[in-house]
Design a protein around this ligand. Structure first.
Ligand code: HAM
Length: 427
């Protein structure tokens, strides 16, 4: 039997209501902060990610789904959206159309990582990018949007971590200081960190291995060596987070796994999901647009993992979204009334109601069981004595009450539903 590829997941109808609810919440909050949606292709030229995210990062060096198309062009399934959004921004001269572009997205991403709880090979992110502004308000708003969305799902176990990686000059100076500190300790590091010592020294802070952590706990910190501009920017972001009432902690070891960051970086982690605990991450990238060939412009953004958020919700028993249910289930009492039932259902559906009936020739009892199972709001019975009297029975499943109407009123029954909905809203 052919199964879904390792690290990919089907989203079944019973899961969809939560996904849609989450997506609608994201859209609403993004729009209230003035963001507009952008959609980019699922694959891009490999060079975009190699240059944008950085050759030495795990994403580019180990995790990308890369293939040659028939013309021999190297393509890659997008592992993240920032590079793609920046590519689109440059390609369509969005910066010339308006000085500040605030864009959001919801999209699948692809990374060939070792699958585990909360870590997939095809996963979904929602995220936002502000292109064109240096204001600390934009950094703060990214953190606030992410936090507001997560808290709107009643997630409790959240920690907001923020840090500043400074500008390249102060970061390069700091890298030399770190190199000096580690010079005589390299042999004590794990193999992976010894590699990072050569290629991407800051990422040694990310290691969860004990020998690395033991050495890194005394390492000098970038945040203590920041340039004045980055320091001021960071102070302002913090002040705005205070105004917004966002609880945060400064994590001087938060380096993030992508190379494009300058100044602010942040993550929101959850205590409810195990080791893959970052629900979202982001930061400022003031040089990326220029690096990818655009007119120099600053940017800041974040992305959140939808599967991880849903896992946190599941573990915290939140986001209990009711399943979708039909307005009406039509029960066919007499077998020969198939066409009548078909016709009534069609008419009511065309009026916008969600209507179901039996296609499997089931008994009246089984149809009733089904109506209960799918949680139909109302049941219409077609057949029996009532039908012979040109009438039908209409049952309110919630109240358990029923009324009899003339058959010629059946296609207008949606008015009745509306009346009852209005009445129950008033009480
Ligand atoms: P990232 O930290 O690589 O950042 O990913 C953001 C979020 O995507 C993570 O916090 C996590 O929730 C989710 N995620 C990442 N990898 C996986 C995976 N294999 N399985 C499930 N979920 C995953 C970025 O992607 C940046 N583009 C964020 C950004 C936007 N920075 C600036 N703008």
């Amino acid at each position: 039997m052919i199964k879904a590829v390792t690290g990919t997941k089907d989203i079944l109808p019973e899961d969809i209501t939560r996904w849609k609810y989450l997506e609608q919440r994201v859209e609403k909050i993004m729009q209230s902060f003035g963001f507009r949606e952008i959609r980019t292709p699922v694959f891009e030229e490999t060079a975009l990610f190699a240059r944008g995210i950085g050759e030495a990062t795990d994403i580019v060096s180990k995790e990308m789904y890369t293939f040659n198309d028939k013309g021999g062009t190297s393509l890659t399934l997008k592992p993240e959206m920032t590079a793609s959004v920046v590519r689109a921004y440059i390609e369509h001269s969005l910066g010339a159309k308006q000085p500040l572009n605030k864009l959001y997205y919801i999209s699948p991403m692809f990374r060939q990582e070792r699958p585990q709880a909360g870590r997939l090979r095809q996963f979904h992110q929602f995220g936002a990018e502000s292109l064109g502004g240096t204001s600390p308000s934009l950094d703060a708003e990214m953190i606030i949007i992410a936090y507001d969305i997560l808290s709107s799902f009643d997630l409790k176990n959240l920690t907001v971590k923020i840090n500043s990686l400074g500008v390249p000059e102060s970061r390069n100076n700091y890298k030399n200081i770190l190199k000096e500190f580690l010079q005589d300790k390299v042999n004590g590091l794990t193999e992976e960190s010894r590699k990072r010592f050569q290629t991407n020294i800051l990422r040694i802070f990310d290691s969860k291995e004990e020998p690395d952590q033991l050495i890194m706990k005394d390492a000098p910190l970038l945040i203590d060596k920041l340039d004045q501009e980055s320091k001021d920017h960071f102070e302002q972001v913090r002040a705005l987070l205070d105004i917004a009432g966002i609880p945060y902690e400064i994590d001087a070891k938060l380096v993030r796994g992508l190379d494009y960051y300058t100044k602010t970086t942040f993550e929101i982690v959850s205590g409810s999901v195990g080791s893959q605990n970052a629900l979202c991450g982001g930061g400022r990238y003031d040089l990326l647009i220029e690096q990818l060939g655009g007119k120099p412009a600053p940017g800041v953004g974040f992305a959140a993992g939808i599967e991880r958020i849903l896992l946190a919700c599941e573990n915290e028993n939140t986001l209990m979204v009711p399943q979708e249910k039909p307005d009406i289930y039509i029960i066919r009492i007499d077998k020969e009334l198939n066409r009548e039932v078909f016709d009534v259902a069609l008419n009511l559906r065309r009026k916008g109601l969600a209507v179901e009936f039996d296609y499997l020739d089931r008994s009246v009892k089984a149809q009733m069981r089904e109506a209960n199972k799918v949680n139909a709001g109302y049941v219409i019975f077609i057949g029996g004595d009532e039908y012979r009297n040109n009438e039908f029975v209409f049952k309110n499943m919630l109240k358990g009450t029923q009324e009899i109407f003339k058959l010629n009123e059946i296609n207008e029954i949606h008015h009745k539903l509306k009346e009852e909905a209005n009445a129950s809203e008033k009480t």
